[in-house]
Write a protein that binds this ligand. Structure first.
Ligand code: DHB
Length: 393
């Protein structure tokens, strides 16, 4: 029974997508060129994510050429402005009209989730360069991730807080997938280590005003405030944190590295000094590979790469590695060739877990310091080869 039903469902699904003419996993195979469809928020509130990833993709191609797996690689960039309906429509057009061999990008969790059925039905690998809710990769077997997951990034700071005289914490997260993950995994691990979460506060993804929640935090007077906000909101938050005098009120600021994002960190001023976070990438990561990456990126763009740029750079790397492995073929051959890849990223060593299609990577605990007049996240502790904790149960 299962088989006929599945096929019927698949056909209905394809028709619903307006993709009835699509031959799954076959259309890309003709010709000497393979196309990669990159969908990013180049405009709108998450434009910094688009700007960073686009720059990193261009750097990868400039450094590694436009050939992989014996084919010419052509990148097609589309702007979804951070709107999920647009991401879905663009993904469908890229698969049906442009016959892309892979989709990539996905600046926010809802944008990745909107694309899941398109990749699944057409057997097109989808490389997540930014979005970080753990469950995304379970929404399609064709998702592969080169960014990180929030549970993976969060446990480091929960451990650090419990070991550093922080007993009472208030958490503040953006009210959607990655925020839910951060809130949950922080509280679980911090409480396991004897800490208390006094209150869990949330702000909306769009048009967040931090004043009311910051007032609440002041009144609750915790030892520390744990924060997750998506890339691009950190600077506004820091400004309001300082304006309300929370930095002077003895409430320590901790979080995942998304709030001390290298894209904005240097403009945050003294309020950011001493903020402790855990994350997978700092522009100050002291490896030779990273020093070369940062120098080349800054020379090409006149701004500093952040963790989004590294997700984009390694996403292109993974697509190239995959195409080399599949000899230029797409579909399952490309997907399978991406699984299990190991490489030295600017962030450190990375393995793409063949079972979960998630990056296994080092997570660093870092503190914001001024180095040669510039603010950086300076790594002082490392958890080696961290798997997504949400998938190890
Ligand atoms: C997501 C977006 C971000 O900008 C970030 O820093 C982490 C997660 C997301 O939507 O998944």
């Amino acid at each position: 029974m299962g088989r006929a039903k599945t096929r019927r469902q698949s056909l209905a699904m394809l028709a619903a997508l307006g993709a009835a003419t699509l031959v799954p996993g076959g259309a890309w195979a003709q010709g000497d060129t393979v196309k990669i469809g990159v969908i990013l928020p180049m405009t709108g509130p998450s434009a910094s994510t688009g700007k960073q990833i686009d720059a990193a993709i261009k750097l990868w191609v400039a450094q590694n050429g436009n050939k992989a797996g014996g084919k010419k690689v052509e990148v097609i960039l589309k702007d979804d402005a951070g709107i999920a309906d647009t991401t879905r429509r663009l993904a469908q057009e890229l698969v049906v009209n442009d016959k892309v061999v892979a989709l990539a990008g996905f600046g926010l969790t809802p944008l990745a989730l909107a694309t899941a059925p398109i990749g699944t039905q057409s057997k097109t690998p989808m490389v997540i360069m930014a979005a970080a809710t753990s469950s995304i990769t379970e929404a399609s077997p064709y998702f592969v991730r080169t960014s990180f997951t929030l549970p993976q990034a969060t446990l480091g700071i929960a451990e650090w807080a419990a070991k550093n005289k922080i007993k009472k914490v208030v958490s503040l997260v953006t009210d959607y997938g990655p925020g839910n993950d951060a809130e949950k995994y922080f509280a679980e691990r911090f409480q396991l280590n004897g800490g208390v979460v006094l209150e869990k506060l949330r702000t909306p993804l769009r048009g967040a005003d931090f004043a009311p929640v910051l007032q609440k935090v002041r009144d609750l007077s915790p030892d520390a405030l744990f924060v997750f906000l998506p890339s691009g909101q950190g600077a506004t938050f820091m400004k309001q944190y300082a304006e309300r005098g929370l930095d002077k009120a003895g409430i320590k600021l901790i979080g995942t590295g998304d709030i001390t994002d290298d894209d904005q960190l240097n403009d945050m001023g003294d309020v950011a000094l001493g903020v402790v976070t855990s994350h997978h990438y700092s522009a100050a990561h002291p490896s030779e590979t990273n020093k070369k990456f940062v120098a080349a990126f800054e020379a090409a763009n006149k701004f500093r790469p952040n963790f989004m740029a590294v997700g984009g750079y390694d996403g292109m790397r993974l697509i190239y590695m995959g195409l080399n492995g599949s000899k230029g073929a797409g579909g399952d051959a490309l997907l399978n060739a991406m699984k299990g890849q190991i490489f030295e990223s600017p962030r450190g060593p990375v393995l793409i877990d063949a079972q979960t299609r998630e990056p296994v990577q080092d997570i660093y605990t870092r503190k914001v310091e001024r180095v040669n007049g510039q603010l950086y996240n300076i790594e002082f502790d490392t958890q080696k080869a961290v798997k997504d904790p949400a998938k190890t149960k």
